[in-house]
Write a protein that binds this ligand. Structure first.
Ligand code: ADP
Ligand code: ZN
Length: 761
């Protein structure tokens, strides 16, 4: 490499940008491989460094991209996100472009020149021009991403390996290799077998010799094949109205509000069809992709071969394949979860965010982006409509729709043949008085469960607490058994016979006597799902019971498999945590029991009521179908609580009208914006000091309310003390100013969570 100049590079490490020597004229946004303290990593070029440090500079190891690969509008979104969330561009780039996506420098750009020739000549100017043309679709570089690709879901693809063509192969093998090579190195297995007129065993032989490879993609499609038949639906009046209210050529945010099954997806599909017909792309976000095989099937049926899927669970090759398809503009509809909001899609004409209230859209690790919020920003940059859909919208979006910032689209018609389940409330205080002890299953719920099972129908029981018992307490000294590393109590898991910390994973065998006072009076308090399962096995020995919670669904795909088994009627009694709310279609489920509706209300978080309302409404909505009437029994110690009252009535608007004035009075979102700064240290003092300094810097900023610094709700995790500082302001821009006034040091002790949604831990 010649003509090296000091260049600022941001690494995918928690460090400030560093200066390396890199070719002059290198474009910002290009990825480079570098070494830091002798370990290899990569980073993104920020630009020329006019004031390089005096120390001897290392050259970059390699330039990875011939030009910035991300579409310019996505770059703009990244710059916004980096500034807004106070995180580095490199960390965001890592989300857009998995590291496996590598451009091929051998790609020809003319009869005589390859990309690497321009690189070796130091002609970065020309490379930049080529990149611009490529982004404008004026230049196609078919082999820029030469690695194997997969097309369509659930299909096997055959690719040629790098092994040289052997001198001697038999005729059938030769036909396979010739066909593959003619097709550019990869083909669908079915197409290849047809073209080469060979049987699959030939592929087996070639694979054994290492000449080809067969790649199979996670088959989400196989589960519900019959849905693949696309049925034309005639949109009803409200659906028509909704689709026409969305202006397709301009930015606007729309909140599509309608109960599950009211036809929201049909509205998205109709809009998507129009957008695709106009030659633009659709970005479609869902909270959890593993649970939407049916949606995927509907999409594939409606837009065959045009859908790409971003899946958190896919392996690197699969992820790469989809990103590559996007970069090559081969899949105009991209379906994905949170991070897909940063997918390298160009020319977007519509962004859909389904179940917009779901907390999984917010990342709980660095960079802490909120996909719904970034989707709106992206719509603004792309100048296209954004449709947020929900049966129970977030109060943020609802408020925005009420005040006219978003357009509200209503679907009020209940789907044909469906109806509201009957909800009965059981006051656990009354049960306690009668039984003179704590009641887990009220007589009403027990009787209803028994009757339901006897009719051969399904029961679902929700308890939003896993483990066997919530914590162990000594009746002699009153103290609890806590994690030695965190300030939380340990949870008893009977199956494993362990006491476990749900924060750090520390575990121990349960002691015989109290570790504080040596009394033999330890007892568990507060039942969890594991204990409920035990009790149910005794109560209903003949029932097929399935428990779904974080302990039983650790293996990838096990939650989906469990829900599917339940949907297929292979389970009589389903017990679990909030995961149960994720299932969609339980034809035989007619009784939903909520064992303790109040558990979520105790968490010290201003969104506790909202979350409880969402969960209860969602779970209650699972009961009953057209043919079988549904029933919900909700047990609570707080029957008067607004979240419970409105969940019982399945009345979202009523809940919003009760909750919003409270938020306003307390100055909580959506009436204020918040930033949560956290700091950790070996001692409480070490943790709090950086936050004190931060506060001092921010004191002068007008319009800012500063709360703290004080202990985080869980004051110690993994032996580290945790402190927090909360900023509140009427406008988000004030919090951006705060961030500019006191920028975070990526290597420093403070982390920022903007628009935090979880305060409890
Ligand atoms: P949501 O997304 O609100 O849960 P869907 O769009 O999935 O609702 O609709 C639920 C079911 O009703 C689907 O099977 C869908 O095909 C069907 N459906 C929706 N709208 C219509 C309509 N106008 N005519 C006939 N069937 C419809
Ligand atoms: Zn712990």
């Amino acid at each position: 490499m010649h003509n090296l100049v000091p260049t600022l590079i941001e690494l995918v490490r928690p460090l400030p940008p560093l200066t390396y020597l890199a070719p002059v004229g290198l474009q910002p946004g290009v990825r480079v491989r570098v070494k830091i303290r002798n370990s290899a990593t990569w980073g993104v070029v920020l630009g020329h460094d006019p004031n390089p440090p005096k120390a001897q500079l290392k050259p970059v190891e390699a330039v990875l991209d011939p030009f910035p690969l991300l579409p310019p509008k996505l770059e703009e979104l990244l710059r916004f996100a980096a500034g807004y969330y106070g995180c580095g561009l490199a960390h965001l780039t890592a989300i857009c472009l998995p590291q496996v996506v590598q451009a091929d420098w051998q790609t020809p750009v003319s009869e005589t020149q390859r990309l690497c020739d321009l690189r070796d000549a130091g002609d970065w100017q020309r490379l930049m021009e080529l990149g611009d043309a490529w982004h404008r679709n004026e230049l196609s570089l078919p082999s820029l991403f030469h690695r194997r690709e997969l097309r369509g879901a659930g299909l096997t693809e055959v690719c040629r390996t790098s092994l040289a063509h052997p001198a001697k192969v038999n005729a059938t093998q030769g036909r396979v290799l010739a066909n593959l090579e003619a097709a550019g190195g990869f083909m669908l297995e079915t197409a290849l077998l047809q073209a080469a007129k060979v049987s699959a065993s030939v592929l087996g032989t070639l694979e054994k010799h290492g000449l080809i490879e067969r790649v199979r993609r996670l088959d989400l499609m196989s589960q519900k094949r019959e849905d693949l038949v696309h049925k034309d639906v005639l949109l009803n009046a409200e659906q028509c109205q909704a689709t026409h209210a969305v202006g397709l050529d301009t930015f606007g945010v729309h909140l599509l509000y309608g109960v599950t099954g009211s036809g929201k997806t049909e509205v998205y599909l109709e809009l998507a069809e129009r957008v695709l017909a106009a030659g633009k792309r659709v970005l479609w976000l869902v909270p959890e992709i593993g649970l939407t095989p049916r949606l995927l099937a509907r999409l594939e049926a409606r837009f065959p071969g045009r859908v790409a899927v971003g899946h958190a669970g896919l392996n690197a090759t699969e992820k790469q394949a989809d990103v590559v398809r996007l970069l090559k503009d081969e899949a105009p509809l991209f379906l994905g979860v949170r991070n897909a909001v940063l997918a390298p899609l160009r020319n977007i004409g519509l962004i859909v965010v389904d179940e917009e209230q779901e907390s999984s859209y917010k990342s709980e690790e660095h960079p802490r982006i909120h996909a719904r919020d970034l989707a709106i920003k992206r719509g603004q940059i792309e100048n296209c409509p954004v449709v947020l859909g929900s049966a129970t919208p977030s109060l943020e979006s609802w408020h925005a729709a009420q005040t006219g910032r978003y357009k509200l689209l209503l679907l009020t018609e209940r789907p044909a043949g469906s109806f509201m389940p009957v909800v009965q409330v059981v006051d656990l205080r009354e049960c306690y008085k009668i039984a003179r002890k704590k009641v887990v299953f009220s007589p009403l719920l027990l009787k209803a469960s028994k009757d339901t099972l006897e009719r051969g129908e399904q029961v679902m029981l929700l308890l939003n607490r896993r483990g066997f018992e919530n914590f162990w307490m000594c009746r002699a000294c009153g103290r609890t058994l806590d994690c030695p590393h965190c300030s939380v109590s340990l949870t008893y898991h009977k199956g494993a016979y362990r006491l476990r910390c749900h924060l750090c994973g520390w575990e121990t065998a349960p002691p015989e006597v109290c570790i504080h006072c040596s009394a033999e009076h330890l007892r568990g308090v507060g039942e969890g799902t594991e204990q409920i399962e035990d009790q149910l096995e005794e109560l209903f020995p003949a029932a097929r019971i399935l428990r779904l919670d974080r302990d039983t669904t650790q293996r990838r795909g096990s939650l989906e498999a469990g829900l599917l088994a339940a949907e297929n009627g292979e389970v009589d009694l389903l017990v679990g945590t909030q995961m149960l709310a994720k299932g969609h279609n339980f034809p035989k489920l007619t009784l939903v029991g909520i064992l303790n509706a109040d558990l979520g209300l105790k968490i010290s978080d201003f969104r506790a009521a909202e979350r409880t309302f969402h969960l209860l409404t969602q779970v209650a909505g699972r009961a009953g179908r057209a043919e079988l009437s549904g029933r919900v029994i909700l047990q609570t110690y707080n029957p008067e609580h607004p979240a419970i009252v409105h969940a019982v009535a399945q009345n979202f608007i009523g809940f919003a009208e009760a909750e919003l004035p409270y938020r306003q009075g307390m100055g909580y979102p959506p009436f204020a914006a918040m930033s949560l700064y956290r700091s950790e240290g070996e001692t409480p003092e070490a943790a709090i000091e950086p936050l004190r300094q931060l506060k001092a810097k921010l004191m002068t900023l007008p319009g800012l309310r500063i709360l703290g610094p004080l202990e985080a709700p869980v004051a110690r995790v993994k032996d580290r003390y945790r402190m927090q500082l909360i900023l509140k302001a009427a406008a988000r821009s004030t919090l951006s100013e705060a961030l500019q006034l006191a920028p975070l040091n990526p290597a420093g002790p403070i982390t920022l969570d903007r628009d935090p949604i979880s305060f409890g831990v």
